[in-house]
Design a protein around this ligand. Sequence first.
Ligand code: 6PG
Length: 249
Amino acid sequence: MTQAIQKKPDYLMVVPDAVRLNRAAVEEISTAADATIRDHGRFTLVLSGGNTPAPVYALWAEERKTTLPWEKVYIFFGDERHVPPDHPESNYRMAHDSLLSRVPIPQSNVFRVKAENPAERAAEDYEAAIRGFFRLQKGEWPRFDLILLGMGDDGHTASLFPGTPALGETSRLVVANPVVKFQTERITMTLPVLNHAAEVLFMVAGETKAPVMAEIFRNHAHDLYPSQRVHPENGRLLWIADQAAAQLL
Ligand code: 6PG
């Protein structure tokens, strides 16, 4: 019997709406945290920025604030805007307000990008902090247990925007990436870091993402978009999209 032609790859989960996306994402994050802490004694999690994740983080905090050993959870950031941590556009601020201020995680377990500093220094310092935490030798890559990502309607992820220099980075973990469309620099983890993760979870919601979702999942526009270039070499990839974002598939 030939296998039914799958409209979608097995690593894409489509849920009816944003509420169910939040639920499915929290389920995936909690499952990964529990299993990883059980097997390795700690959970290294990279948070995504933007708007989609905030309700996911708030739901996770609400559900697990007293049942997860937060002293074994280590939080990093996939990217950061070049602003101070109290700035409305700061990804750290969003994570602090929706998650970090609501759970008993030790401050020393949260690795913030010091984006109040010059961008290149912030990137170098962040890379040094990651190398120190994972005790990496030169040429080694960190293996984060779970990296959360979103996707912009131009197909960017983290702060890896189409046509920007960071996309070609093959040796640094973190770079300052000039983003002309925003007339700014962003600090971002690079593709090799994302692709060395044990698991990557994309969370995509809203109809503005539908055209690029169709390009990626229906037309297989090969590597046209940064989000498409995230495929963990030895790890799990999962996309969770709401029906609005997946409506053209
Ligand atoms: C950021 C994120 C970015 C985000 C996408 C989607 O710093 O903004 O890292 O990659 O995930 O832009 O953002 P929304 O979830 O707000 O659509």
